[in-house]
Ligand binder design. Structure first.
Ligand SMILES: NC(=O)c1ccc[n+]([C@@H]2O[C@H](COP(=O)([O-])OP(=O)(O)OC[C@H]3O[C@@H](n4cnc5c(N)ncnc54)[C@H](O)[C@@H]3O)[C@@H](O)[C@H]2O)c1
Length: 340
């Protein structure tokens, strides 16, 4: 059985040095009903912060936060991050609202650009009025089809600004430029996390549209349906279990004297997509076959973060191996699909 409370306790243990930094503080989390955002809401609520979760429920779901909805220190705000306006002030703002799945952002390209451009500007203004520390959830996609692997933060990127992934990749790059400019112009305390592929419980069909490979493979394997691979499966990714990503994000938010920094957050264990398929088939004991489809345009060939800066600056290193993280995620999916 998957144990959610144990995972939350593990995050809290990992960030124990920052535990008292959030008690009684007002934290706004945009995209808080999504996969990563809802985990952050859970951890911060457990640490006795006043949690304000803003989401338009485009890819997120109230299901992810339903256990928090009647709590005194939790407030759900259904709003578009581009239009949200308030006279309230916050101590911390985590801006995570954005479509993140390729299948869905290609269906909603303008909304994806807006959440990262207009939404980021709007939240930076709110942070400025509030005097809040601001964390932006950027992505490894700002590196595009990187030529330097493992990829450090000072790699500028190899990105197509006019192609099927541009609305996400360039949206995030422009949002980073907004953060940089608010830091330079107003000395706003900003921090940027470049998150690499994250997976785990709550990453679901609603926010992936099956566009994220771990969810796709696990659900296909559990149903004994063919696992579909785009290309020959030799492209690599580095998958990070959700508790490691959330620990990294909160360390980056809460550490003192690191304003204006961009930091990779992820796991540097690199795996070929074909090997990922085999690991999932083994753990699920599935009878599924593997089938190949044509490669996707602009699909990065390799992904692996250089975590040197994350380790040095915020003492971050991921703790959960790919196999352990997949086992937890598969248990969660079995319960969800009622296969237990
Ligand atoms: N999961 C990953 O592997 C990964 C990797 C890199 C970066 N990120 C970034 O982390 C953040 C969270 O991603 P996630 O995986 O939790 O995705 P998700 O889709 O589960 O969560 C995003 C949330 O943002 C909300 N949202 C979208 N547009 C909005 C808008 N205009 N106004 C208000 N809410 C809006 C959605 O409803 C959803 O709840 C995103 O910014 C994403 O780009 C995620």
């Amino acid at each position: 059985m998957y144990n959610f409370s144990e995972d939350i306790r593990n995050v809290i243990k990992e960030i124990s040095e920052f535990k008292d930094k959030v008690e009684g503080k007002r934290v706004l989390i945009t995209g808080g009903a999504g996969f990563i955002g809802s985990w952050i809401c859970d951890v911060l609520h457990e640490l006795k912060a006043d949690v304000f979760c803003l989401d338009n429920l485009l890819t997120g779901s109230k299901e992810n936060i339903k256990h928090l909805l009647n709590k005194k220190r939790f407030k759900f705000i259904k709003a578009d991050v581009c239009k949200y306006s308030t006279s309230q002030k916050f101590d911390f703002i985590i801006h995570a609202a954005s479509i993140a799945s390729p299948l869905i952002y290609q269906r909603h390209p303008i909304e994806t650009l807006d959440a990262n451009l207009i939404g980021t500007r709007n939240m930076l203004e709110l942070a400025r009025k509030s005097d809040a520390t601001f964390l932006f959830t950027s992505t490894s996609e700002v590196y595009g089809n990187a030529e330097v692997i493992p990829t450090p933060e000072n790699y500028y990127g190899y990105v197509n600004s006019f192609g099927p992934r541009c609305m996400y990749d360039e949206g995030k790059r422009a949002a980073e430029a907004y953060c940089y400019s608010y830091f330079q112009t107003y000395k706003l305390p900003i921090r940027i996390a470049r998150i690499f592929n994250t997976y785990g419980p709550r990453l679901d069909v609603s926010n992936t549209g099956y566009g994220r490979v771990v969810v796709k493979f696990i659900t296909q394997a559990l149903k004994n349906e063919p696992l579909t691979i785009y290309g020959d499966g030799t492209q690599t990714r580095s998958f990070c279990y959700i508790t490691d990503t959330v620990s990294g994000l909160l360390k980056l938010l809460l550490k003192k004297n690191i304003d204006g920094n961009v930091v990779n957050i992820g796991n540097d264990e690199e795996v070929k997509i074909i090997d990922l398929a085999h690991i999932i088939l083994k753990i699920t004991n599935s009878k599924s076959q593997i089938v190949f489809q044509p490669a996707l345009k602009d699909d990065p060939l390799r992904r692996r973060p250089d975590l040197t800066k994350a380790k040095k600056l915020i003492g971050y290193s991921p703790k959960i191996s790919l196999e352990d993280g997949l086992r937890k995620t598969i248990e969660w999916w079995k319960e969800k699909l009622k296969l237990l």
